[in-house]
Structure formats: structure tokens, C-alpha cells
Design a binder for this molecule. Sequence first.
Ligand code: CTP
Ligand code: MG
Length: 224
Amino acid sequence: GDVAVVVPAAGAGLRLGPGAPKALRLLEGEPLLVHAVRRIAAAPSVAMIVIAAPPADVDAVHTLLADVAPVTVVAGGAERQESVAAALAVVPPELGIVLVHDAARCLTPVSVFERVAATVRDGADAVIPVLPVVDTIKEVDDTETVLGTVDRSALRAVQTPQGFRASVLRAAHAAAADSHTDDAGAVEKLGLPVRCVPGSDLALKITRPMDMAVAAHLLTLPAP
Ligand code: CTP
Ligand code: MG
């Protein structure tokens, strides 16, 4: 493998309601992070997995994953961007491709990791998995009055893993003064192209309680 996967997993999971940090909450008896790492480790391209854990849970995460896959665990930061930066800092320079993958997208299939990695290997600087937008989208003003209907055919909903030539991701992070919600956004600010590949319904981000119910159901389906 020529790929390092950086896994931001240090978030609190506030939108799930009270409880443990999101990556440590249980889905059908196993922490989300275990579901995520098991799938990442099954991708043939992957040579290294770095987890950015909640700072208080670094040792617990190491223990949790001992029997799942070889991983490196670092303490995450207060913002997702800081967690990614902390994990990226321990990726050795000989790994030329870095994928950044949210622990919260814990059911993402191996095929998406391989598709993103292959597209970077083929020459793209930055690659994101996307889905078409299903809802009608309106732009509104500050009084919630509709300004217009956005052309949905030109919109994409973005998932992870987002893949990068390692040098490009490092440069993007170094240049990113303000915060960005995704890593490809930092690459866009460098003026570099970001390529889209098909994502997966299974790569949903567990954010609200309903997503846990959806994910539990998805686990009952035959493996993709
Ligand atoms: N994340 C992180 N470090 C942070 C914040 C978020 O590593 N300081 C990670 C989360 O663990 C998650 C991913 O970034 O895997 C996407 O973030 P999100 O879905 O927003 O998770 P949380 O921040 O945990 O959830 P919430 O915003 O509801 O608190
Ligand atoms: Mg968050």
C-alpha cells in the first residue's frame, strides 16, 4: 500500500445528544470507530492508519483497536482541522497519498477508499466522493424569504474519504489561515483542481440520532 488514512475522530458528537465522544458511541454493540477502522484496514491500498482521538481517550482508543488493525493514535484538537493537522504530522513522507476520512462515516465501503486512492494515483491532486443532491434547494434572505431556486444539477453532496497527493494536502493545511469544513476546501483555496468520483449511500455521516437508526439498519443488509 502507498496510502495513509488520517481519521479525525476527536469530536464530541453534540448533535447526537448527551453521551460519550461520537467515535466511541456504540452501533450494534461496537464503537463507530471500530466499524470505521475495520473497513479502512480492509482496503488493499492502505499502508497506515492514523486516528486523531479525543485527548482524554488516546489510550482507550489504542486498546480498543488493538485487535482490529495496526493504528497510530494521536490527540485531536478543538476543531476538526486541528485534529487532521495533528494526525497528518505523523504521516511519514514516503507515503505519497493521504486520505482524510471522518470516523463518523463509519460504514463507508472499501470500494470508495480504493476509488479515491486510484484517482489520486492516476494523477489528481485532490479527489472527493460525491452524491447528487436529492432535495430541491432554495436560496433565502435573512427574513427566510426565497430569493430563488438553485440549479440542483450542478450541485454535489460531499463525503469522505477525501484523497490527496500528500504534498498538496500539507501545503493546503499550511496555507489555510481561516477554518474550512473540509480538506478539499483548503486545496480549492490554493487554486488547484478537485476531482469528484462517485460516493456511496453507505458513507452517510452519523450526525443526529436518526442516523444511528439508519446505520443500524444498513448493518443488517448484505455487505456491498
Ligand atoms: N472531529 C475531530 N475533531 C474535532 C471535531 C470533529 O476529529 N475537534 C471529527 C469527528 O470526530 C468526526 C468528523 O470530524 O469524525 C466530522 O465531525 P462531526 O460529524 O461534526 O462530528 P462531531 O464534531 O463529533 O459532532 P458534533 O458537531 O455534533 O459535535
Ligand atoms: Mg462537529
